[in-house]
Design a protein around this ligand. Structure first.
Ligand code: GDP
Ligand code: MN
Length: 381
């Protein structure tokens, strides 16, 4: 989950990571109030879940509260990357000596975290990464050992900092690292981290993405955070309520399988045989007849589905239950779209017997299943 800049900065403040004084405003008047509280020139920034706000005009400077109000009025009316701006932050405008880039993310190939830093941060970091990759410094951090003080100092030195700048920058990394650990952050970026003319390092921007699979550990943090619910259609809602992973695609063949890996592989094989999948539907492990029937029904709610491919690897899931579910769907619900069944594993023979008795044919391999469903769909499409 992506956090807004102001949400990330709230976490930074609590964790002692230096950020400029300021706060959130939802109206131009509130922005003026914030600017008055700060009592210095300010920066007014759009709060949207996308980067490059600066280039889009979503970051403006204001010397007085009334300028801040005007700036906020302009920004609050904008759409950035097609996202409406509902709020701005108003913060003290820092006196920049240098804009620095720092980030921490996960390097899955190395199975480690990676600190990323550059003394040449700011809005052109992407170009820098392409034209001068040597100016971007990376240090891997072993998740088991954590980040040591000396590694943080080495990072600062490799980025080109010397003397009394090393300590504060290393300290910044240590604090950022601890935020990453405590909040299960999979990506954080501070661009720019501003070195002020009076020698302080402050996070002027903040990007923080929390690992979705760890959100259940952060109920307290999430209490104050509201997100517009993702729009779902009836089929997606239904599938989610029953704990099935369901994704709609462009084609006309619904693939109903158990396990995300097998479902992905099935989509691939269908595509290899020249078919186009309409549906990724992972029933999950241990599905019984009722669930299989429901999966087929949900898949068929999608109007463009012309055929159904059921591909099951029986483990905890029993093929006899799968067969019963298919029979129920066809007999009780009168579902008569072309269907190809392939199932192997636990209670395979019993499952095949049930299908045969009901006059439903099945195939033995995934390749056969894919080529047959592609043939069948040609006839009806
Ligand atoms: P982004 O474009 O969405 O990444 O938005 P940023 O928050 O990074 O702001 C863009 C640019 O505005 C930064 O690179 C800075 O040059 C400038 N900026 C942001 N905050 C401040 C500030 O407090 N003081 C000054 N002088 N410039 C700032
Ligand atoms: Mn930025």
């Amino acid at each position: 989950m992506k956090l807004f800049e102001h949400e990330a900065k709230d976490i930074f403040r609590v964790s002692g990571l230096p950020t400029p004084p300021g706060g959130l405003a939802r109206t131009p008047e509130e922005a003026a109030t914030r600017a008055r509280e700060i009592g210095k020139p300010v920066v007014v920034k759009a709060q949207v879940l996308t980067g490059k706000r600066g280039k889009a005009g979503g970051v403006k400077f204001a010397d007085t509260p009334s300028d801040a109000e005007t700036a906020a009025r302009e920004i609050l009316g904008m759409r950035i990357n097609d996202m409406p701006v509902d709020a701005v932050i108003v913060e003290e405008k820092l006196d920049i000596a240098q804009e620095i880039y720092v980030g921490i993310t996960i390097d899955r190939n190395e199975r480690k975290y990676v600190l990323i830093g550059s003394a040449a941060g700011g809005m052109s970091i992407e170009e820098l990464a392409v034209e001068h990759p040597e100016k971007i410094i990376k240090h891997h951090v072993d998740p088991g050992l954590g980040l040591s003080g000396y590694e943080a100092r080495n990072m600062a030195i490799d980025m080109g900092f010397r003397g009394k700048q090393i300590g504060p920058l290393a300290d910044f990394f240590m604090k950022l690292w601890s935020i990453v650990q405590v909040h299960d952050v999979e990506l954080t970026e501070i661009n720019p981290l501003i070195l002020t003319k009076d020698g302080r390092f402050l996070a002027a921007d903040a990007r923080l993405n929390i690992d979705d699979n760890a959100l259940y550990r952060h109920k307290k943090l999430l209490e104050g955070i509201k997100r517009e619910p993702v729009e779902q259609n009836a089929r997606e809602r239904e599938a989610e309520q029953h704990g099935m992973a369901y994704v709609e695609l462009e084609g006309n063949i619904a693939c109903i399988c158990n396990g995300a890996g097998l479902t992905m592989a099935t989509l691939d094989v269908v595509s290899l045989y020249g078919g186009k999948a309409s549906t990724f539907l992972d029933l999950g492990g241990g599905s019984d007849a009722e669930r299989v029937k429901m999966g087929i029904e949900i898949a068929l709610m999608y109007p463009q589905v012309k055929a159904v491919l059921v591909n099951i690897m029986g483990g905890i899931t029993r093929c006899d239950e799968v067969a019963k579910g298919i029979v129920a769907a066809r007999k009780e619900r009168g579902i008569d779209v072309p269907m190809v069944i392939r199932m192997v594993g636990t209670n395979e023979e019993e499952g095949q017997r049930i299908l045969t008795e009901a006059g439903i044919s099945f195939v033995r391999t995934m390749e056969e299943a894919a080529s047959k469903i592609v043939e069948l769909v040609k006839e009806v499409a």
